[in-house]
Design a protein around this ligand. Structure first.
Ligand code: ADP
Length: 488
């Protein structure tokens, strides 16, 4: 049985700031169903309650006096929580304090996670009778793992291969060069083929430079990050590694996101029987947010981190015109304070037409996905994106910019080359005018119920489950293992 150690910095349902946590919660399970023996290493930020954890062992970490512990739940896959309260059990988020500032010791906090991963990978944790064949490291917070294993290989130690997945290249874990010494990393590796990136010590760079294989979360994003426009200064390195770089689209949790049994919804519906249930969800959403209860109005939704990446500014640009035309808009999210304020002001000025909720609200996010007619996702770049897939599954038509995973999952209603895949609206340039035009096209189609309903049928017919992705990862694991063992 193939054994894989996953390393994540967040994992649903225990900790979540974004899509990374959804992958952490779902991919190891899907691979487990394919027969892989998976364990997940993730920091313990205070959830679940300590009482529920039923196994623990101490880990001695080289070069540090940090006495970390592994705690776990006997679940499949086994989750190994890394417990070190001074680093992880703080008031605030996994990466930032309550004021939204990065924790000043993020280098040490995540270096510890990486060191512990290496101890497990090398079978040195006594008390854990398990050693992986393969390490699957995710995003910059796990970027040092391949580098630390490479350091061991330089002195002759065997090591398992590492697959490194980029979930968002924009977050790179950059620190001043002086951060390397306290982490006992050799200064000699601070160069352009090592850990250095434009003068900084970069966890992401280390992950990309030293891993055996790189993946990212959609085929289009895999191609985009090799260009200077999307490469965030790492495109040269990524181009040089293109032979070992590919994109595998994320899936979604189809049990948690199921309009046929979603506990947050007042009514349920299925692809075969959608009309009534979806209409009831729309009216539930309108009444719960105080919007004018009109079933015929074109209702748009957005659930997002309110940041420039997600195109929040473009939505703000076009909002006055959409409201003037009588549309309704619901926004759920948090982020940039100026975006938050403008969205709140706009809603306050049009309370019957627009609602803004600055919060992280799982229940409302389900209600929005079910209740709105169309979903706005004008991201400037989007490695994969989950909400457009939730939308499709809920018969809600996504309006997206043609980028990353959005381009790989949404096909425009006018795409004459792929008539059977049409399921949304796609615009080409990340500009307010283009978004505006796409929304107007969507509303025009909404006014033709038979055509709109056909688009909804095609949206709901898609398979967005993890099975495809898990099979693709499994095949890649075997390719990497064969290569690593000198197969070719
Ligand atoms: P990213 O990871 O870049 O933020 P994704 O689309 O990959 O974007 O994933 C975002 C995840 O977080 C989705 O599961 C989405 O539903 C959820 N989400 C984002 N903002 C909120 C919010 N304010 N309330 C509830 N869920 C949210």
């Amino acid at each position: 049985m193939l054994r894989t150690l996953f390393v994540f910095s967040e994992m649903a349902p225990y900790s979540k700031t974004g899509g990374l946590a959804d992958v952490g919660g779902a991919l190891p399970v899907a691979l487990g169903q394919l027969g892989v023996d998976t364990r997940v290493l993730v920091p313990y930020y205070g959830c679940p309650a300590i009482g529920e954890l039923d196994w623990r062992c101490a880990v001695s970490v080289p070069y540090t006096d940090e006495t970390a512990e592994l705690w776990s739940l006997t679940e499949r896959p086994q989750i190994l929580f890394l417990r070190y309260p001074p680093y992880y059990e703080r008031d605030g988020g996994p990466y930032q304090n309550a004021q939204g500032e990065d924790w000043p010791d993020n280098d040490r906090r995540f270096a510890l996670l990486n060191r512990v991963a290496v101890e497990i990978a090398q079978g040195r944790v006594s008390g854990l009778d398990w050693r992986p064949d393969m390490v699957h490291a995710n995003d910059w917070q796990a970027g040092l793992i391949p580098y630390l294993l490479d350091l061991e290989a330089r002195i002759g130690a065997a090591r398992p291969p590492v697959l490194f997945t980029i979930h968002n290249l924009a977050y790179q874990g950059r620190f001043p060069p002086r951060a390397m010494a306290p982490l006992h990393l050799p200064a000699a590796d601070f160069h352009w083929l090592g850990t250095e990136h434009y003068g900084a010590f970069s966890f992401m760079k280390a992950g990309l430079a030293f891993s055996d294989q790189i993946t990212t979360v959609s085929p289009t994003y895999a191609a985009e990050i090799q260009t200077s426009a999307f490469g965030m200064g790492l495109d040269g390195l990524l181009r040089s590694r293109s032979e070992h770089l590919s994109g595998i689209l994320n899936g979604i949790d189809t049990i948690h996101w199921n309009p046929g049994a979603d506990p947050y919804l007042a009514a349920h519906y299925s692809p075969q029987d959608r009309q009534m249930g979806k209409a009831q969800c729309k009216s539930q959403l309108q009444s719960s947010l105080g919007l004018y209860p009109d079933p015929g109005v074109f209702l748009l939704g957005m659930i997002s981190r309110l940041v420039e990446q997600k195109g929040t500014d473009m939505v703000l640009d076009i909002l006055p015109d959409l409201l003037r035309r009588g549309m309704q808009v619901v926004v759920l999210g948090s982020g940039d304070k100026s975006f938050e304020r403008q969205l709140l002001e706009m809603a306050a000025a049009h309370p019957a037409q627009m609602a803004t909720r600055i919060a992280f609200d799982e229940g409302l996010s389900h209600l929005i996905e079910a209740g709105v007619d169309a979903f706005l996702m004008p991201s400037r770049f989007e490695p994969c994106g989950l909400n457009q897939m939730y939308s499709l599954r809920y018969g809600t038509i996504p309006i997206v910019h043609r980028t990353g995973g959005l381009a790989d999952t949404v096909t425009d209603a006018d795409d004459f080359r792929h008539p059977l895949q049409r399921n949304g609206f796609v615009f080409d340039s990340p500009q307010s005018d283009a978004l505006h035009h796409a929304v107007l096209r969507a509303e025009a189609l909404f006014r033709q119920p038979a055509l709109w309903s056909h688009l909804q049928d095609q949206a709901m017919a898609g398979d967005y489950s993890w099975q495809h992705s898990a099979r693709a990862y499994l095949q890649l694991y075997y390719e990497v293992l064969v290569r690593h063992s000198g197969g070719h």
